[in-house]
Design a protein around this ligand. Structure first.
Ligand code: GLS
Length: 838
């Protein structure tokens, strides 16, 4: 195949309007894209047209690098990391790409000199919300770090037509609105129609003997769906590497429609087309019971099959044989969602490429790594055998075969241990039979990891305990990280500038350099600037809240923020119990001295999760009372900001004084919001859960507000028999708070509204709010005290930011590269005319 470089006419060896970085070329490019891409002139152009023209102008400046990167990766010997994830929660592209290309200020200036409002254009971008929360956002941070570290990588996922729903709050309740993020077009993606791949579903299998008399199985599907790749460039910071995120869209193949014409079943064919294309319609919530969600298994298989077929194509294109597939690709399973890949790679190798089982199995195990992201039993994926058999009959056979061989090994190692066999089996036979996806992922991978030290320990002990006993060498911990590009430079330019003025710019790609800030801790002027920066950012947020939600908040008050998915284990309602405690103190003594606080909440509840939705209603109802009670005199404010997403995260993390990380110990695998807050100088109030433990270790226990039971204590109390009722009776403060909710005080006298929540707490309290209540209140009282000493608070804030180096996703990705993927950086060199201009 000829490459574009070999065709002279396609060599753009001059600075033109698509590559140039002078003010004039950028200005011309804007006008050009407005006219030639959007088909508009200024007289008819809408703000969206200008945004599109700007986005294309930026994308154009990534294309040379993108092509070059892709080309280098097609060379023999380059190992590519393939990150398989059902979710990529990217957030807006524009600012991030401008920062990574090093042209943010330049482009902003040009846009403004052209008479346009840069901020307005920036805000027009619809963010691709192709994820639920932490897991999807982690995948996005990891893509950023892979590019920044110049690691050859490709992200594979699903191009959902509707991403995570938009949230509105009506009468205090969450209402879900479909997220039509593609309605005005997406300038960041390029469809690669010619690289479409076919995926089979359903039907039956048939055994046969091939020409060499070998036993084989063929799959005769009853449906074929096309996967069309849409590629998005992922730029690295301050490097030439631009990796690819390839998302698959489902389309029905034309051949089926033609057939339908012939048999006169036109509408039947149209219907089948619609059904096929439904596969990539909508993102599912990850915290609802997955039982019976057939479409979700279809989605998973669809994107995994497309991706593996794509990798095989690329590998063969290099002129390599499939025996070395694992040397070309390190495939990481982001949770169990893509774990059907284990059976699919076996099917492709054995059935389609006729490789012997044992060798195929070696290739498969050497290829995959599996990251577990949750210990919650309800989130561990399993699919009924009947669902599996109907949708993927061949894969079920392959899973049986893998299982039989695997259990043979287990039996040899642990004779007469049928309980162990039952626990390790890929098939759950305790009741209705299921395929256990975590077991499939564990057996089919050479490496298994958790996402924070505690989580990995619990994984080894409980959820995957038997696997750990069998293969301790497969297990390791990879504590999560987040990208400082998006989470400091893009979201908090004021702080980023202050830091850069003090220690230079290297910290942006070497976050451990933030340590150097500690040298300035005794510098009163520096502390003043730090405090002033936080104050300014809080002022912006206050203005935003006023303008968009009509609520007046005091920027001098302590901004106490809890933004994350709504879930009982994350205990937003514990936070509410604290608010009511403070409110009660004011009511009992209106002149009490109290540190003014603004409580800011944000987060979506899964549409089918009743209790989480009731917690949203409770937050809003308490807010209504507290915010409007004259006795409070604005000392407390409660705001629930609707539609929490990446963009809003960028606004709120920098403005926080206090970060609420208050999950029941042992429940939050890691958390990543905790990292974003602390990097931006917020102090944490938190339990010994997930990455909180490591954050506290890094920032120092004196700079962290700790409370609550440890994981061990949680287990112990549970096994002894936990009785929330005792706590309620023995703690008058807690009793008053609960009674106030029960009395209908926050629900216009309706004593039923919050009954399910109160009863759940009183009679079950599965997440042990009552056990942790007093310790939480005490820690919050310490926060109040500490905040009054602004000098001391500022020191703690600086130390938090300065000691967050460990939590860069660059560190995490380096560990994956060295310990799991065996992947090394590959420098992308550019022709001189492009080099050095960004
Ligand atoms: C999650 C965990 O709940 C988070 O604690 C973790 O930080 C994140 C990324 O590892 O993964 N697992 C999950 O299913 N959703 C998450 O956000």
């Amino acid at each position: 195949m000829t490459t574009f470089e070999q065709v002279p006419v396609f060599q753009c060896e001059f600075e033109d309007d698509r590559t140039g970085l002078s003010k004039e070329t950028i200005k011309r490019a804007l006008a050009d894209n407005l006219f030639y891409i959007q088909g508009k002139v200024p007289a008819t152009a809408t703000p969206n047209d200008y945004y599109m023209a700007l986005a294309y102008t930026v994308r154009d400046r990534m294309l040379q690098r993108w092509f070059k990167t892709t080309e280098v990766y097609t060379k023999k010997g380059v190992k590519v990391v393939s990150y398989l994830s059902a979710e990529f929660l990217l957030g807006p592209h524009l600012s991030n790409n401008l920062i990574n290309l090093g042209i943010y200020d330049l482009v902003r200036q040009v846009v403004e000199e052209s008479g346009l409002d840069f901020v307005q254009l920036r805000e027009i971008e619809e963010e691709p919300g192709l994820g639920n929360g932490g897991l999807g956002r982690l995948a996005a941070c990891y893509m950023d770090s892979l590019s920044t570290l110049e690691i050859p990588a490709i992200g594979y996922g699903i191009r959902y037509e509707f991403g995570i729903f938009d949230q509105e709050i009506r009468d205090g309740w969450q209402v879900e609105i479909t997220d039509k993020w593609l309605h005005l077009g997406n300038p960041w993606e390029i469809p690669r129609l010619e690289e479409t791949i076919e995926v089979k579903f359903g039907g039956r299998t048939e055994a046969y003997y091939d020409e060499k008399c070998r036993y084989r199985v063929r799959w005769i599907p009853d449906k074929v769906v096309k996967g069309v790749p849409y590629d998005t460039p992922i730029s690295g910071y301050n490097v030439n590497t631009v990796n690819t995120l390839r998302l698959w869209k489902a389309e029905a193949p034309e051949s089926f429609e033609f057939q339908a014409f012939n048999v006169g079943d036109y509408y039947g064919a149209v219907n089948r087309k619609v059904v096929s294309e439904n596969i990539t319609k909508v993102l599912y919530p990850n915290d609802e019971l997955m039982k019976g969600k057939e479409l979700r298994l279809e989605q998973q298989y669809f994107f995994v099959s497309c991706s593996l077929q794509d990798m095989i194509r690329l590998h063969l294109q290099k002129g390599e044989s499939l025996e070395t597939f694992h040397q070309s690709f390190a495939v990481q399973l982001n949770d169990t969602h893509p774990s059907i890949g284990v059976a699919e790679l076996m099917r492709l190798l054995v059935d389609e490429y006729e490789i012997e089982w044992d060798q195929a199995w070696q290739i498969t195990q050497n290829t995959f790594g599996y990251t577990n992201h949750t210990l919650l039993p309800e989130a561990l994926e399993k699919w009924t055998l009947s669902l599996f058999k109907n949708l993927l009959p061949r894969h079920l056979q392959i899973i049986y075969e893998i299982n039989q061989r695997f259990l043979g090994q287990v039996r040899a190692k642990y004779p007469n241990d049928s309980d162990r066999l039952a626990r390790l089996s890929l098939i759950d036979e305790s009741g209705e039979k299921y395929v256990r996806m975590a077991n499939l992922a564990s057996v089919g991978s050479h490496a298994i990891n958790g996402v924070a030290a505690l989580h990995t320990e619990l994984l080894k002990r409980d959820v995957l305990g038997d696997f750990h006993e069998l293969w301790p060498e497969k297990f390791s911990n990879k504590t999560n990280g987040v990208t400082p590009r998006r989470w400091i430079v893009v979201s908090n330019p004021l702080l980023a500038n202050l830091i850069t003025r003090k220690i230079g710019v290297d910290w942006i790609s070497h976050l451990e350099d933030l340590k150097q800030l500690e040298a300035f801790i005794e510098d009163a002027e520096f502390r003043r600037e730090w405090r002033q920066t936080k104050q300014d950012i809080k002022g912006y947020l206050a203005t935003y809240i006023k303008e968009n939600h009509g609520i007046e908040v005091n920027p001098e008050s302590l901004f106490d923020v809890q933004v994350k998915r709504l879930h009982e284990y994350k205990r937003q309602h514990l936070n509410v119990l604290h608010i009511i405690t403070l409110y009660k103190r004011i009511k009992d003594n209106p002149n009490i001295e109290i540190t003014p606080r603004t409580f800011i909440f944000g987060g979506k509840a899964a549409p089918g999760y009743f209790m989480a939705k009731l917690i949203i209603k409770l937050i809003n109802s308490v807010g209504d009372v507290v915010n409007n009670d004259p006795d409070v005199r604005d000392r407390l404010k409660v705001v629930f900001l609707p539609d929490y997403n990446v963009r809003f995260g960028q606004r709120v993390y920098p403005a926080a004084d206090l970060s609420e990380q208050i999950s029941t110990a042992g429940k939050e695998a890691s958390g990543t919001g905790n990292m974003k807050f602390a990097m931006n100088g917020a102090l944490t109030i938190g339990t010994l859960d997930g990455a909180n433990i490591e954050i506290r270790e890094e920032v120092g226990e004196e700079n962290f507000f700790l409370f609550g039971l440890t994981t061990e204590q949680v287990y112990e109390l549970k096994s002894k028999g936990y009785n929330p009722w005792d706590y309620y009776h023995n703690n008058p403060q807690l009793k008053q708070v609960i009674d106030l909710i029960s009395s209908g005080f926050f629900s216009h006298g309706d004593t039923n509204l919050f009954r399910p929540l109160v009863d759940s707490l009183l009679y079950h309290d599965p997440y042990m709010l009552f056990a942790d209540y007093q310790s939480y209140i005490d820690a919050q009282d310490q926060v109040n005290q500490a905040y009054r000493d602004q000098e001391h608070w500022t020191r703690m804030s600086i130390l938090n930011a300065a000691r967050m180096g460990k939590f860069s996703s660059d560190r995490a990705i380096l560990e994956y590269c060295q310990e799991i993927w065996n992947a090394v950086p590959v420098k992308i060199e550019l022709e001189e005319y492009i080099q050095g201009r960004a």
